[in-house]
Design a protein around this ligand. Structure first.
Ligand code: FAD
Length: 279
């Protein structure tokens, strides 16, 4: 059976942590298998990831998945973080390279202790017993020269120890189905969770979606053209689009669905209730 998980990001300000705990309470009530917490993405405060992971482990019912990036970690600090995660009973970690922050020089970016996610994965495998997750890109990573090259690097991540792959967001399920076939053909064997981002405002396209490089199918751009000016109608139409995407993935027996919640608990409640009316 396909299970579902959520992703949240830490707030920028310390004062907003309490608000994020309340978002987590509401997401947990929707009975996800786990909630993942991003690391430093979009300028969010990196130090808050562990605090939120601790809250999930200590106060909620679902599992936690901590994101870590090569940009944010050196070997020494990563070792400390690994033992901290294990000491609070965390079982999984998502190892990423991370995007280069605007302030980071060429020299610093190319001199990182871990150049690629696969380097960090091999290090985590050697120094902990955590289950390791990695990112994958059904429409290829924007920096990769070709899909073939990207798949070869993805295989390196799985060979280094990643057993769970979470996809970049996509809006056309056929892209995902083709991608899972390609993984099989390339001998990449891991659990694959489909990354779904409900588009609840037209503004999201200009921010998160354009950064991801994911393509927008006509059905979604038509929907934005029709409802984009009305925030509540757009929210409902975006949730309906995502619910149909998720239902189709479940019907096709996807391993799991990872929902980019954007910390929007009300929309996540509407989404899960649309898919499972009794939940
Ligand atoms: P890698 O796997 O290292 O790949 C990056 C690029 O390098 C690709 O083009 C790949 O083909 C290439 N490459 C890989 N290995 C090699 C090699 N050995 N030689 C040459 N080229 C190579 N970012 C954050 O900052 N914080 C987060 O919390 C976060 N969470 C994310 C969660 C998910 C599910 C996803 C899909 C992305 C997330 N990101 C996050 C964004 C991610 O950090 C960026 O997409 C980043 O640009 C690539 O990270 P990666 O781990 O996929 O990198």
């Amino acid at each position: 059976m396909t299970d579902y998980s959520f992703e949240i990001f830490p707030p920028k300000e310390e004062a907003e942590l309490d608000k994020t705990f309340r978002v987590l309470d509401r997401l947990d009530a929707l009975k996800p298998s786990l909630i993942s917490v991003t690391y430093g993405a979009g300028g969010s405060s990196a130090g808050k990831t562990l605090e939120l992971v601790k809250y999930i482990k200590n106060s909620l019912h679902c599992d936690a998945l901590a994101h870590m990036t090569c940009v944010g970690y050196k070997k020494e600090t990563l070792l400390e973080m690994l033992s901290e995660l294990e000491s609070i009973g965390c079982k999984r970690i998502l190892a990423l390279r991370g995007d280069r922050p605007k302030w980071m020089s060429d020299e610093a970016f190319h001199g990182m202790e871990f150049s690629h996610a696969s380097d960090m994965i091999a290090f985590i495998k050697e120094h902990s017993s955590l289950q390791i997750a990695a990112a994958c890109y059904p429409e290829k990573h924007p920096e990769a020269e070709s899909a073939e090259e990207d798949l070869a690097h993805l295989k390196e991540k799985v060979d280094a120890g990643a057993s769970l792959l979470i996809t970049q967001m996509f809006f056309d399920n056929d892209i995902f189905y083709r991608f899972t076939e390609q993984l099989k053909q390339h001998g990449i064997h891991a659990r694959i969770d489909a990354g779904i981002m409900p588009i609840t405002s037209a503004k999201q396209l200009g921010t998160s979606v354009s950064l991801s490089g994911s393509s927008i199918p006509k059905a979604l751009s038509d929907l934005i053209a029709r409802y984009g000016e009305d925030p509540e109608d757009m929210r409902k139409a975006g949730i309906d689009f995502a619910a149909r995407q998720i239902q189709d993935l479940m019907d096709h027996g996807a391993d799991g669905v990872h929902i980019y919640s954007m910390n929007r608990s009300r929309s996540m409640e509407d989404l899960i209730h649309a898919i499972f009316p009794g939940n």
